[in-house]
Design a protein around this ligand. Sequence first.
Ligand SMILES: Nc1nc2c(ncn2[C@@H]2O[C@H](COP(=O)(O)OP(=O)(O)OP(=O)(O)O)[C@@H](O)[C@H]2O)c(=O)[nH]1
Ligand SMILES: [Mg+2]
Length: 369
Amino acid sequence: MKLGIVGLPNVGKSTLFNAITNAGAESANYPFCTIDPNVGVVAVPDARLDWLSGFYKPKKTTPAVVEFVDIAGLVKGASRGEGLGNKFLANIRECSAIVHVVRCFDDENIMHVVGDTSTNVPVDPAGDIGVIDIELIMADVEMVERRIVKAQKAAKADKKYLHEAEVFTALRDWLNDGNSARSFVCDPDDAALIATSELLSLKPVIYAANLDEDGFAHYQDVPYYQQVAEIAAKEDAQVIPVCAKLEAEIAELEGDEKAMFLEDLGIAESGLDRLIKASYSLLGLISFLTAGEDECRAWTITKGTKAPQAAGKLHTDFERGFIRAEVVSFEDLKANGSMAAAREKGLIRSEGKEYVMRDGDVVLFRFNV
Ligand SMILES: Nc1nc2c(ncn2[C@@H]2O[C@H](COP(=O)(O)OP(=O)(O)OP(=O)(O)O)[C@@H](O)[C@H]2O)c(=O)[nH]1
Ligand SMILES: [Mg+2]
């Protein structure tokens, strides 16, 4: 499950990607400098894992990870193939969710383009988001049209496909009115049907508002940011303020240095850390933890995973031979200072096969093989 970093050219996608992965993807003041998608795997910041690791001093600490893809800038007309649009849209199709980077800074030295890549236009977050949305929506219309034709053909042999054709026709009309598939309202069965179609505008989205250093310090007062926040609120999406350039600098610092730098700036957590955590959650992922002297580790599961399947992440034998899971919430563990103290207070629960794992559960699996 990957997140695609999407937006107009020159809005700071590669700078943000670099900051996220510290991987040195190309970044330059030149539209379309990113031609091939860059993929980066990053650790999900987790203060709980840090605490466990500080307590157990294990030989190894293993964080959960999440994957980002730096996708080249889309321009107006991308869905008709402008500016290698089809290729970039295909890159987005392979991702499970989208980080939409929106330029919220002025800089006359850095071109802002939406269509023709040689014409500089003013920064306009709401308009810019609209340009990207329309390209994703138009690409979806094409996919949906094909789906309708297919369903209509199939309906000649089997009437059950008539409903499918109807659902996709209603969706096409919704898209043609300039709406994202994400906001199409229908019953859960129809939603499941639509989910089989890999539509771009159906993918969950987070907005990353890329501000300059000044703007970032008081982002709530910046009109550019407010525009993005307003759109995000309407869509029930998250918006995270970042200063990609600053984040790239912060990302190069280590532990203490980083904390000091952030403190100087008066922020508790870098925008990047927030963005990575929000991205992880946007994918529907949570972490449970295992702790000991050998290893402290955060394990990735999807929300709703039951204990035996979570055990299966450690080893297939653990799932097959699952007996019980001994579970304590991280908060309870931390509040009591140690496993032994938590046990004494009866805070370590013994959970069976039907237990649905929660984010931050610290677990010991009992199994029999
Ligand atoms: N002033 C300022 N410049 C920035 C900021 N973020 C990025 N830039 C600059 O904007 C230019 C373009 O940044 P990139 O990260 O390459 O942009 P991109 O969105 O990846 O662009 P394409 O790959 O061409 O679509 C670079 O010169 C960056 O240094 C920022 O927060 N403030
Ligand atoms: Mg780029």
